[in-house]
Each structure stands twice: as C-alpha cells, then as structure tokens.
Design a protein around this ligand. Structure first.
Ligand code: NOJ
Length: 542
C-alpha cells in the first residue's frame, strides 16, 4: 500500500467479540457463530465497521481458544466452517469486516504438529517446537510460565523439555524453523481467501524467543519475522492487522505500524494499562492510578506516532477489567463516567476498539467463591497464593480488581433469563446487574451509554479532524482535568473531561463557550464548573 493512501481501517471502529460470552443460539450455555450472526443488526446499529473475533478455531479450551489444535477448523462448540463462511458473508452485507485472531506464538499441545513432535526427535515435526535437553526434574533454566509454574515441561518419549510461555498446554512454536513459518503463511492465505478483513496477532512480540538467553519479548529476529510474515500474506491486500505487543514502546510501534505497510497496520500497546502496577510486583497487587502520568503517556503515544505510525485506542478487552469499574464509577455515576471515558478515547487519533458490553457500560463482577471463576490465570494464581498464605478474601479482592473473568461474563441482552444470553446454563455466571444494564433497556433510552457510543462512532465518520487532526495535550499537570485538542487546518476540536467525582473549575471552557457542542454527557449547556465526570467535545471552525 502506498504511504499516502487512506486505509479503510483509519476511520473504522472495531468491535471485539469474545464468542464464548456473546450470544448462544443452541442452548448449550456457550456463545456461538449463529448467535453472532443473529446479532449483526445490533452491531450495525451501533455503527461499527469490523469485528475482531477472539479465537473460534478448534481448541481444547485450556485458555478459552488461545490454545489452537487446528487453525483451519472451527470448534464444534462454536459451529462449523459453513457457519463461519456465513458470518463473513452476512457481515459483509452490512459492510462489516471480520478480523480473525491469530495465535501464532504457540499452538495447543493437542495440535497434530505437537502430537507428532513429541513422538521422537527424528519426527519431521519435532523441530516445530522449542526443545532443550536436560534431565527429568532439572529443567534447562528457571524461567516461569505466565500462567504459573515452570516454562519447561518434560516429555519422556524424547527425553527433552519443551518451552511454553503460557500454560503447559500451549507449547511455543519454533519461529526459527522456516517450515513452521511457511505453514503459518499458507494457513493465513487460506483465511484470506475466505474473505476475512484482517487479523489480530496474539502476543506477537513473543514469537522470536531465545530461552537460552532468557529472551521472551522483543527477540533479535522479531521484526525480521514480522516483515516476512507481512510480505507473504497481508501485503496482498488492504487488510487490517493489529499486533498485541505488551512490550512495545513508541520506537518499536513506529516499526510495527510503519505507513510503508512493511509490518502491521497498528499494535495494541499497554503502557497506560499497566500504570497501577508496582515495580517488582504482580498485576494482582494494585496501586492507585497516577492520573497525571497516565495523561502524559497517552499524549506521548499520540504525538510520537503522528504521521509515522498508527495507534489503536482501547480501554477494554477480554484480558482486562472493565473500564467503568476501573477508572470510572460503577455506582452512582456509572452512565456518566462510562460516557466520559468513551469521549476521552474516541476523540484521539487511531482506530478505536469497543469491547462487547463496553457500549452498555457493563461492569466488573464479584463472584463470592473461586469455583465460580473459570479463567486459568485466576485459578492458578488463587492456588499459588493460598499456598503462599494469602487469605481467600484478599485474593478475591484482587480478582475483583484485575481478574480476566470480569470482562468475560455473558453479554447482557435483556432482563429475562440469563440476560437473554442462553436458554441453557451459562458456562460462566451472568453479572447480577443485568436487570439494570442490558441492551434492550439501552436501545429504548435515547440517553443511554449505547446511544452515546453510537453518536461518537458517527462523529468519527463525519469529522475528518477526528481521523487526521494533530493532538495536543492541554493542562498537562492538572490533577483532575484531562483536556486535549485535535487540529486539522482551520478546524479544531476540544475534548475536555473531569476525570473524577469532585466538581472542578475549568477556565479553559470559558474560551470555548461559543463553540459547537459535538457531544456531552450532561443535558443542557456546559459552564466552567465541571460536574462529576463531566465530558464535552467541542468544535471550532476558525
Ligand atoms: C493474549 C490473549 O489475549 C490472552 O487471552 C491469552 O491468554 C494469551 N495471549 C495467550 O495466548
């Protein structure tokens, strides 16, 4: 793609579906492809352009589909390949593209390649994975897996250890082996032929691992591998590609999202999402959000990538707690704070992502017992922390704040049985607040969070400045207000929000009092005293 070309994904808004929890169509308690098809009109109404579909491939579901045993088959619990083709077709009719989730760092241990690989060292598939010699009980080093325990697992048949950065059922693929890379490219080309619109690449910054040097993320050959991957596949059309890169800094992101198209369209970076973490501690040990720092970080990403890269904009996904519970107020100010957060994000430059239920202001869940949690990461952490002497209450508190299942409870469609998600028994409990927060109710209410998202999405289509405008952070040291402008030629947009509950005086708004209101989260006019979580987006044409 030429550097000056405008890509479809630059003014698109993407909706992420976590298929297991979106809509069940056959009463087995698990969301499925036919369920998604039945909700396409709802998504069309919201106004989105693409769906990022978390994995629906054949999988033993050790990590909810991020452990794939066949990249070219659909897991029966989600449906069939025919259903997938129908979804692509039906979405296309509504001008919605399907973005598949590619998990290329690892496969399932039940993938045909791994079943062969562990048979013998001479097996042609052996070298598809990362093996090291060692003795039983003495792994090559003490590297830990992200989901707990050693990163090495012993296989008696070959008298070797294999490397796994995630669960023991997610052996790492060996990207050093050109045959592995070729298999991957062919698989991707096959999906491209089926008419998908793009791909999200799971933990892509971890593919170039070198465990002997303890390197997992950002390995020396990372960008070489990605450029080859891109050239052999995505560069054959205007596909949207987004890499998940926890270890990205702006310099690297400029490579990943180079406008020359040599790598991806954009990456998910997580610098702003890790701000409540404390050095040397785990994500479970939560500290308060350093607000001023957060503004600086978001501004840095906006400015650094301007004109030479592209940002993805998100607050939520299936691995993160819900933003309204995290940075907003899930009680008295739920709606207004959900809208404030949405305004802040959708005013920036990049491609916005909406995670299922975010457009309703869905909240975190508080299950009372560990048995109600399904996530492998939560379960393993719970076991380890109980053994280490933490109390159940303490652990549950950290799960309430950070657990991945917060985002994985079923989509809340109505106030009927199981929130309209399933006729059967849901695989994970529905958030009890579904009687208050649900699609049916929000569709009927003009002032709902849903309609606010709908309007923000529409604004992005109407105003070029939201796509192209240069970003400038205002009041960088202010401890309560987040304000910035976007400027393109004579057109300027101001986004100004009170990030907290306490009212605050904002002189800046005086200067903008005659500007056109594009969207605001309180009724009537705005003044220089900002109400709890108040947000405005204003337009000036000089
Ligand atoms: C990132 C995915 O988003 C997460 O859900 C998964 O557990 C890991 N990668 C491993 O694939």
């Amino acid at each position: 793609m030429s550097e000056n070309m405008q890509h479809w994904w630059q003014n698109a808004v993407v909706y992420q579906i976590y298929p297991k929890s979106f809509q069940d169509s056959n009463g087995d308690g698990i969301g499925d492809l036919q369920g998604i098809i039945s909700r396409l009109d709802y998504l069309k109404e919201l106004g989105i352009d693409a769906i990022w579909l978390s994995p629906v491939y054949q999988s033993p579901q050790d990590d909810n589909g991020y452990d794939i045993s066949d990249y070219q088959a659909i897991d029966p619990m989600f449906g069939t390949l025919d259903d997938m083709e129908e979804l692509i077709r039906e979405a296309k009719k509504r001008d919605i593209r399907i973005v598949m989730d590619l998990v290329l760092n690892h496969s399932s241990d039940e993938h045909r390649w791994f079943l062969e690989a562990k048979k013998s060292r001479e097996n042609p598939y052996h070298d598809y994975y990362v093996w090291r010699d060692g003795e039983e009980g003495t792994p090559p080093n003490d590297m830990k897996a992200i989901f707990d325990g050693s990163a090495w697992e012993w296989v008696p048949e070959v008298q070797q250890y294999y490397f796994h950065q995630f669960s023991v059922k997610q052996p790492d693929l060996n990207w050093e082996n050109p045959k592995v890379r070729r298999e991957i490219y062919d698989m991707i080309l096959w999906w491209m032929d089926k008419g998908v619109g793009g791909f999200r690449l799971d933990v892509i910054d971890q593919i170039a691992k070198e465990p002997d040097r303890r390197i997992t993320g950002n390995g020396p050959r990372l960008h070489e591998f990605i450029r080859e991957l891109s050239k052999e596949t995505f560069q054959k059309g205007d596909y949207m590609t987004v890499g998940e890169a926890w270890g990205a800094n702006p310099e690297r992101a400029k490579l990943y999202s180079n406008p020359d198209g040599s790598e991806f369209s954009m990456v998910f970076q997580f610098e702003h999402m890790m701000l409540e973490e404390q050095p040397g501690k785990e994500k479970w040990d939560v500290a308060p959000l350093p607000f001023v720092k957060m503004k600086g970080i978001l501004a840095k990403w906006q400015n650094e990538l301007y004109g030479c890269g592209w940002n993805s904009l998100f607050w939520d996904n299936h691995d993160l707690p819900r933003i309204v519970s995290r940075w907003g107020n899930e009680k008295e100010y739920r709606e207004v704070s959900a809208k404030m957060l949405a305004t802040l994000l959708h005013g920036m430059q990049g491609t916005p992502y909406v995670y299922q239920g975010e457009e309703l202001g869905m909240t975190n869940v508080r299950f009372s017992d560990i048995s109600q949690y399904q996530d492998i990461e939560i379960r393993n952490m719970y076991k380890r922390r109980i053994e280490a002497g933490y109390s159940k209450e303490e652990i549950l508190e950290s799960i309430y704040a950070r657990g991945r299942d917060n985002a994985r409870t079923p989509m809340q469609w109505n106030d009927g049985k199981h929130a309209g998600f399933t006729e059967g028994t849901p695989w994970i409990g529905v958030n009890p607040n579904y009687t208050e927060i649900n699609v049916e109710k929000e569709l009927a209410d003009e002032d709902s969070v849903f309609h606010y998202y709908q309007k923000l999405i529409r604004l992005r289509k109407e105003l070029d400045v939201l796509v192209k405008g240069r970003f400038e952070l205002l009041l960088p040291e202010d401890e309560q207000i987040f304000a910035y402008t976007r400027t393109e030629g004579e057109t300027q947009v101001l986004v100004c929000v009170n990030f907290f509950e306490e009212p605050v005086e904002c002189a800046l708004l005086e200067e903008w009092k005659d500007a056109r209101v594009l969207i605001q989260n309180y009724e009537g006019t705005f003044g220089s005293e900002m109400r709890p979580y108040e947000a405005v987006m204003l337009l000036k044409e000089n």
